[in-house]
Design a protein. Structure first.
Length: 552
């Protein structure tokens, strides 16, 4: 409960006429601010704040008076236990003859001056755990600021910020002060305990950042674009009172809730594999495992932002190339939101979050022989879902991957190398007349849903309907289908990349491939309901004809 009143007037009466020794002057007795308390309260607090405030006089229902002297900010407060119902009157004191303009707050809990004046680090005592200079890096791991420090959960932390700042701590001093001697792109402060903790951090610019549960019941504050200067850290308990101990850390990038350090020489957690040119044509399984780890992906020396958490103490898996290839991809699939970071033999890194749905993929052009260290992680801490890591020549072949780390395919893989049902056509910049083919889409019970982005309907995966040999120099190529049924398209490019579409023009599908590489494109045509039907398929550079030809 809280009531705030603005008080004003000319200060003419000595405060000492109410309470001997009280400093300053107040407005006349009849102009005091009156508060009516309608029922007994276990605790009642009155506070006054404003420029030039020197004291506050409180009159209680029993006819007695008490005086509270203000601090150098102009803040005075007095607390009552077991407050009786009745009229309470407040007079705010200042210099004689001055015009008063202040606020008086009556509340069920004491009001912190921080709420009114803000947190001034110059008014704080020496930090309880000490002062530190930031020295954490990806190589050194996390920096210890406090070990087994005593937790004090006494006063609310919410006055520190107008945003959500939960828990209870002590605001007479910071628990630790961390100094950045130079700006950094990203660093974190975090605490761990058996008790449910909260945290608030005052930045050099005066902003207060708060957090409750970043990992399990442990808080963390991450600062992007961190400026040089002092960071005051306040650690609190989510509930008031009690005892407890906590450890406080700093780390480069995200919060490193484990003390693991990056070790590229460690034996991979889920084994090694060699890229198999035959298997990798459709998608080679590199490793199966479960998502683990609490280390931020940024604890890896990726050289940029990389979301999620993993186990940085060892690679998840290592894939070896025994010869160079024009392009290959590593990609992971899971029912959880997954991330992936890979180090190439030359020491360069790639990181990805969502390449297809919530699954990551990275690709290497002109890939050289050597070991590729893969770190599979989860976007959200605490995930223990299964995953499967794949490799394929060219782009990630999502259509041929097992689903959600189960080790079994969710669809029959597309056999892009099989003899096409309708034949093969050549298409290039010199093609004078756009090819158009009349054919019957066969009924099917084989789902295309989930094979890749935009894939839908039911198709025959055993063989393509048509193969298009695209010549070099095409600015773009469009494959389209006009049908009585609701048609769908899936096309496998020469690099293994899968293109899909359902409804491009009303219920007719179309796939546009910009600057297509030369090579064979295997076209699979289906229907959304699996019922089949008569259709016309066309290939063009720019102007599709969305009409059917009805004579074979």
């Amino acid at each position: 409960m809280r009531v705030t009143a603005r008080v004003f007037g000319t200060l003419t009466e000595p405060a000492g006429s109410f309470v001997r020794g009280c400093q300053g002057h107040v407005v006349p007795e009849e102009q005091g601010a009156r508060f009516e308390v309608t029922a007994p309260m276990p605790a009642l607090s009155f506070s006054a704040a404003g420029d030039g405030v020197r004291s506050m006089v409180l009159g209680t229902p029993d006819g007695l008076y008490r005086c509270a002297l203000a601090d150098d900010q102009g803040f005075a407060t007095t607390d009552l236990a077991q407050a009786a119902a009745g009229a309470y009157t407040v007079w705010v004191g200042g210099d004689q003859g001055a015009e008063l303009a202040a606020q008086v707050i009556a509340s069920g809990q004491p009001v912190s001056p921080i709420e009114i004046f803000g947190l001034d680090p110059e008014r704080l005592g020496e930090p309880r755990a000490g002062r530190f200079v930031f020295a954490a890096s990806a190589e050194t791991g996390r920096q210890v600021l406090a070990e087994s420090a005593a937790l004090f959960a006494d006063v609310p932390l919410d006055p520190l910020s107008s945003d959500y700042c939960p828990g209870y701590g002590r605001l007479d001093a910071a628990d630790a002060v961390l100094t950045l001697d130079q700006a950094t792109s990203r660093f974190s402060l975090f605490a761990m305990s058996d008790r449910d903790l909260t945290m608030a951090v005052l930045t050099p610019s005066g902003q207060v950042l708060c957090n409750d549960d970043s990992y399990q019941l442990n808080p963390a504050v991450t600062i992007d674009g961190a400026e040089a200067g002092n960071y005051h850290v306040f650690v609190g308990g989510y509930s008031q009172g009690g005892t407890g101990r906590y450890d406080l850390y700093a780390s480069q990038g995200g919060p490193a809730f484990s003390n693991a350090t990056f070790n590229p020489e460690a034996e991979p957690i889920f084994g090694r594999a060699v890229l198999d040119m035959n298997e990798a044509g459709n998608g080679q399984t590199v490793a199966n495992g479960t998502l683990t780890g609490t280390d931020p992906m940024e604890s890896l020396p990726v050289g940029g932002f990389c979301p999620g958490v993993t186990d940085i103490s060892a690679p998840t898996a290592v894939l070896t190339l025994d010869q160079s290839v024009p392009m290959f991809s590593l990609y992971a699939r899971s029912s959880a939101d997954t991330v992936l970071a890979v180090r190439a033999p030359d020491g360069s890194w790639q990181c990805n979050d969502d390449s297809f749905e919530l699954n990551p993929a990275v690709s290497f052009s002109g890939a050289q022989p050597g070991d590729y260290l893969a770190y599979v992680g989860s976007y959200n801490p605490g995930s223990s879902d299964p995953f499967t890591l794949f490799a394929s020549l060219g782009s990630a072949n999502w259509g041929a991957t097992p689903g959600a780390g189960t080790g079994t395919t969710s669809q029959i893989p597309l056999n892009a190398a099989a003899e096409p049902l309708l034949g093969t056509i050549d298409f290039g910049p010199g093609t004078r007349i756009d090819p158009r083919i009349i054919f019957d889409i066969q009924p099917s019970q084989n789902e295309a849903f989930g094979m890749g982005e935009g894939c839908a309907g039911f198709i025959h995966p055993e063989a393509p309907d048509l193969v298009i040999n695209a010549e070099s120099g095409l600015p773009q190529m469009m494959v389209y289908v006009a049908s009585d049924a609701d048609g769908t398209l899936a096309i496998v490019g020469p690099d293994g990349h899968l293109f899909c579409n359902d409804d491009f023009e009303q219920l007719n599908p179309g796939v546009v491939i910009y600057s297509p590489m030369a090579g064979s494109y295997s076209v699979f045509v289906g229907t959304y309901g699996g019922n089949g039907g008569l259709a016309t398929m066309g290939v063009t550079v720019a102007n599709p004809q969305w009409v059917m030809d009805r004579e074979h």
